[in-house]
Design a protein around this ligand. Structure first.
Ligand SMILES: [Mg+2]
Length: 296
């Protein structure tokens, strides 16, 4: 049972990492034309903060079998690499935690005491949903707990809950239809702008043009959870059986591409039919050594 959970969480993590690493290639102007033509840019593809934080989520699940907030905050701080593209507020906070600061105070104090509504809690959490395959209530609950270690604004928490619920549902033996998936996620998240965006995403499932949908829902340009998660889950819900389709559809609209693609990659790869192509995995920077040590 635990082996199953670990394998599913790792599958989702690999999808998240490929989405993050390949998505981030499209911030490089020289690679814009290959995005239009759906051609792979030159390897290696380096992953960013999305993957680094997701590795901590997985490491804590391996060690504790659930989210332990202190252990998670410690792992984020200890493994924090300044050069992986974190936002300035999180960079500073993780440094202070590493120096002995209390994550409870630091996370609560961000943005004049409102907490961050960025994507950090959502972008890292799909593997937790895969760990709780087919138990979206528990996935949602654990995601909520995990979010508070860094992102305490209601929107950031709701975003994390939504992504974990979607990954849990995608990892079920019988994955739901796109409409059923989004309906279930809407029911599992609290009232919020994220939830309102998810309802809109549900109403736009039959739109063929992702750019139109992204123009309505947002695609991370404001780097807030409500501007990112609804579109990412719209895209993931429609392509649970094809990582490639899910990736290109998500990347082509632009925005915060490493984050939207990390979310989509993690959710889609949580399911049995959503693994990334081998060639894509081979071009992606390997997971960090410290996670492999935890695994063994
Ligand atoms: Mg990133």
């Amino acid at each position: 049972m635990t082996a199953d959970r670990s394998a599913r969480a790792l599958s989702s993590l690999r999808g998240l990492t490929v989405g993050d690493a390949l998505g981030s290639q499209f911030f490089v102007p020289a690679n814009y034309p290959s995005l239009k033509r759906r051609e792979l840019p030159p390897a290696p593809w380096q992953w960013t903060d999305d993957t680094e934080m997701a590795c901590s989520v997985v490491a804590v699940l391996f060690e504790y079998g659930r989210v332990d907030q202190d252990a998670l905050a410690r792992s984020f701080a200890v493994h924090h690499d300044f050069d992986r593209g974190y936002g300035p507020a999180v960079n500073r906070m993780l440094r202070l935690i590493r120096e002995g600061g209390d994550w409870r105070e630091l996370a609560a104090g961000l943005f004049q005491g409102q907490g961050s509504w960025g994507n950090g809690a959502a972008m890292r959490i799909a593997p937790l949903g895969a760990w709780y395959a087919d138990d979206p209530e528990q996935a949602t609950h654990q995601a909520e707990i995990s979010a508070y270690t860094t992102h305490q604004h209601r929107e950031a928490v709701a975003g994390a809950m939504a992504v974990a619920a979607a990954a849990s549902l995608a990892a079920a033996p019988e994955p739901p239809s796109p409409a059923d998936l989004l309906d279930s996620v809407v029911e599992l998240v609290p009232r919020s702008a994220v939830q309102a965006g998810l309802r809109r995403a549900r109403d736009m499932l039959d739109y063929g043009d992702a750019s139109t949908v992204a123009a309505v829902l947002g695609c991370g340009r404001r780097t807030s959870a409500h501007d990112t998660v609804p579109f990412a889950l719209w895209s993931a819900a429609r392509s649970l059986d094809s990582f490639e389709t899910a990736f290109w559809t998500t990347a082509q609209v632009g925005g915060d591409v490493d984050t939207t693609c990390a979310i989509v990659g993690g959710v889609v790869a949580a399911g049995e039919r959503g693994a990334p192509p081998i060639e894509w995995l081979e071009r992606t920077e390997p997971l960090p050594d410290w996670l492999r040590t935890v695994e063994n």
